[in-house]
Design a protein around this ligand. Structure first.
Ligand SMILES: Cc1cc2nc3c(=O)[nH]c(=O)nc-3n(C[C@H](O)[C@H](O)[C@H](O)COP(=O)(O)OP(=O)(O)OC[C@H]3O[C@@H](n4cnc5c(N)ncnc54)[C@H](O)[C@@H]3O)c2cc1C
Ligand SMILES: *[C@@H]1O[C@H](CO)[C@@H](O)[C@H](O)[C@H]1NC(C)=O
Ligand SMILES: *[C@@H]1O[C@H](CO)[C@@H](O)[C@H](O)[C@H]1NC(C)=O
Ligand SMILES: *[C@@H]1O[C@H](CO)[C@@H](O)[C@H](O)[C@H]1NC(C)=O
Ligand SMILES: *[C@@H]1O[C@H](CO)[C@@H](O)[C@H](O)[C@H]1NC(C)=O
Ligand SMILES: *[C@@H]1O[C@H](CO)[C@@H](O)[C@H](O)[C@H]1NC(C)=O
Ligand SMILES: *[C@@H]1O[C@H](CO)[C@@H](O)[C@H](O)[C@H]1NC(C)=O
Ligand SMILES: *[C@@H]1O[C@H](CO)[C@@H](O)[C@H](O)[C@H]1NC(C)=O
Ligand SMILES: *[C@@H]1O[C@H](CO)[C@@H](O)[C@H](O)[C@H]1NC(C)=O
Ligand SMILES: *[C@@H]1O[C@H](CO)[C@@H](O)[C@H](O)[C@H]1NC(C)=O
Length: 541
């Protein structure tokens, strides 16, 4: 027999063995649980039989769209407490062909870390949350389950001159946030989180623990922006901390459209991406109700952060952006750590310990998010029609985040995150509602989608780019999630990664050829051309 026939014979034998084992009473999940060591089962594994199953499941669910009676529930949740637990879970899930969903902070906008349309278990990382700062090196090792709040807090306890560039929402987890890119108000000065990550530890599909050296530069490249859950389970990251001035300036000035907000926003587009790197000004248009009749109008917040002295900021703005009319009394000077609370809308004076709060949200709201990149200024008339649509519509608001600065100095191929030079700003569309009725949900989902349609002429195209951390299933998703169709993957993959998609596919094919780590928007393996054997071939057997 030549090799291909031996292979064929082996496959046939395997099929018999497998089909025989399925005739026994045990289901794959029972095999999976039997495969885990006794201590793992008794100490950290929850099945629907355990009374605290729902509590554990819900603790990190931040979006009520994925917390309904019809949302598929996991067969088990493994709340790992040690790296070896992660290794064991991966090995047992792989050998029993059970899908795993890896959850750190649980903030995924489409619930990908805790929902699947095929049977699955959750590998829950929240216990693995240490943060270890090394002042001599200005570095920190942080485990995936650590929240941004804990990372910020721990850094600040050691030094008021060090920081880390990442997101504004401090209950976000390091596992998902960093593997998807991670950006925040230090982006124009220092780039994204992934631009400041220098090492990582990951459990691969074989259950091995690898660091940067042993995983190699290709895989280390892929997990910094390509989404961790396509490649393995990230245990921890090593961060290069960045220097900040002991005091930073923050402001949040609000202007109604009737006070000229449209002109100020128009000007902002022209200058915000070109301002000095020390300055970041976010634009946040909201619909608010005023007067006794509750008339709906648009109010725009200009939320800013400056890494320097107040006098320098005022001079800079009076030259480049006098339209904003920022004056000294709008500005607050505070240590960087306090500014992280300010950006989270906490009142000045909130104790720093609030950064360690778990989201206390037993009844979270329904949420739908989408994203866009803007490459040329949106005309004034178009801005006016955007306001009009917001007022007519269903509670949609936006955050416009300026790029430029450090972002445009980094090549698009340096990490999987490709949206660098050439972008004026990133739009996040946010739609939040509380009404339980399915009709109301449909109304909001529809409105988000039609708003996105409306924006088409003003944003990037071919592809219409999207930010992975702002996950949006509308741009392409595989269902059922255990079949990764290459064509669909290429659709979302080119929007998230542009030209980096191919390299991600190569890395994926090398490190996880059987595509064990998969979900609705995972990186596919290369198409393997199947040789279909006909009868003539079989007669050789
Ligand atoms: C209120 C709010 C504010 C936000 N603000 C920002 C912001 O300012 N900047 C920004 O960039 N993003 C922001 N985001 C988006 C956020 O960064 C992403 O949702 C991110 O993926 C969340 O990470 P997580 O660990 O909390 O999520 P999870 O839901 O746990 O995970 C997200 C994804 O990563 C995978 N994953 C999680 N942990 C691991 C791991 N250890 N190994 C491998 N894969 C893993 C999951 O399987 C899933 O696919 C915000 C989100 C929210 C809800
Ligand atoms: C199938 O399983 C039964 C019981 O587990 C065993 O006795 C039998 O030999 C198996 N048959 C094959 C073809 O492996
Ligand atoms: C879940 O229930 C099983 C069976 O009752 C028990 O052995 C196990 O210890 C429970 N798991 C946890 C984490 O408490
Ligand atoms: C849950 O308990 C039932 C009844 O005791 C048992 O049959 C079932 O196997 C258990 N499920 C798991 C996943 O342990
Ligand atoms: C995907 O999951 C479904 C539902 O469990 C199952 O029937 C199907 O065989 C699976 N497909 C693959 C390719 O694993
Ligand atoms: C500064 O701005 C605030 C509100 O924007 C305003 O109340 C105040 O009068 C301004 N002060 C000066 C000196 O212009
Ligand atoms: C910063 O936070 C600390 C700790 O809560 C507090 O003592 C200090 O007053 C705050 N500073 C400012 C300017 O908000
Ligand atoms: C929710 O929406 C439904 C349908 O539009 C409406 O009848 C109901 O009053 C709303 N409930 C609340 C609490 O607003
Ligand atoms: C939402 O959009 C779909 C498709 O266009 C439409 O059939 C449906 O009626 C809309 N639902 C609501 C509540 O507007
Ligand atoms: C199987 O048959 C096909 C079609 O006749 C032929 O192209 C192929 O080479 C054969 N493969 C082997 C391994 O004989």
């Amino acid at each position: 027999m030549d090799t291909i026939w031996k292979l064929c014979f082996l496959m046939a034998t395997l099929t018999i063995v497998l089909s025989n084992s399925t005739t026994t009473a045990k289901s794959p999940i029972q095999h999976f649980i039997n495969c885990l060591s006794h201590s793992l089962v008794s100490e950290v594994t929850y099945t629907p039989n355990n009374t605290s199953f729902s509590t554990i499941l819900n603790i990190k669910i931040q979006n009520k769209r994925f917390k309904t009676a019809t949302t598929p529930k996991p067969l088990a949740i493994i709340t790992v407490k040690d790296d070896s637990h992660v290794q064991e879970t991966v090995k047992c899930a792989k050998s029993n062909n059970i899908q795993i969903r890896i959850r750190s902070g649980g903030h995924d906008y489409e619930g990908c870390s805790y929902v699947s349309d095929v049977p699955f278990v959750i590998l829950d990382m929240f216990h693995l949350n240490s943060v270890d700062v090394n002042l001599q090196e200005s570095t920190a090792w942080v485990e995936s389950g650590a929240t941004l709040g804990k990372i910020y807090y721990t850094i600040a306890k050691k030094s008021n001159k060090l920081a880390f560039p990442s997101g504004v929402c401090f209950t976000v987890g390091a596992g998902g946030h960093f593997s998807g890119g991670g950006y925040g108000n230090l982006m124009r000065k220092f780039g994204l989180s992934i631009d400041n990550i220098i090492d990582a530890k990951i459990v691969d599909v074989k259950g091995n623990i690898l660091d940067r050296k042993s995983m190699g530069e290709d895989l280390f490249w892929a997990i910094r922006g390509g989404g961790g859950a396509s490649f393995g389970v990230i245990l921890s990251w090593k961060l290069q901390l960045v220097p900040v001035t002991p005091q930073v300036i923050v402001f949040d000035v609000k202007r109604y459209v009737s006070e000229g907000a449209t002109d100020i926003v128009y000007k902002w587009q022209l200058i915000a991406p070109k301002l000095h790197k020390d300055l970041f000004i976010r634009v946040q248009p909201n619909v608010v109700q005023i007067g006794q009749e509750g008339k709906k109008v648009v109010q725009v917040s200009f939320i800013g952060q400056f890494l320097g002295k107040i006098e320098r900021l005022l001079v800079l703005l009076s030259k480049k952006f006098p339209e904003l009319g920022l004056n000294k009394s709008d500005c607050f000077s505070m240590p960087w750590i306090n500014s992280t609370l300010f950006w989270h809308d906490k009142p000045i004076g909130t104790p720093l310990e609030a950064l360690l709060d778990e989201p206390k949200d037993p009844q979270p709201l329904y949420k739908k998010y989408k994203s866009d990149y803007v490459k040329k200024p949106i005309p004034k008339e178009a801005i006016e029609s955007i306001w009009k649509l917001m007022i007519e519509g269903e509670d949609l608001f936006m955050q416009w985040n300026p790029y430029g600065g450090r972002m445009k100095e980094i090549l698009p191929s340096e990490t999987p995150f490709p949206h660098r030079a050439g972008n004026l700003f990133l739009i996040l569309y946010i739609n939040i509602w509380s009404n339980e009725s399915s009709e109301v949900s449909e109304l909001h989902m529809n409105f988000s989608r039609s708003f996105y349609e409306f924006m088409t002429p003003y944003v990037s195209n071919s592809p219409r780019e999207a930010f992975l951390n702002y996950r949006d299933a509308d741009i392409g998703a595989n269902h059922p999630s255990n079949v990764t169709r290459f064509g669909i993957a290429k659709t979302y993959g080119s929007k998230f990664f542009k030209g980096n998609f191919e390299r991600l596919v190569s890395v994926k094919t090398k490190v996880d050829p059987e595509n064990f780590f998969r979900y609705e928007q995972s990186i596919p393996t290369k198409i393997i051309v199947k040789v279909i054997l006909n009868d003539q071939n079989k007669s050789h057997m």
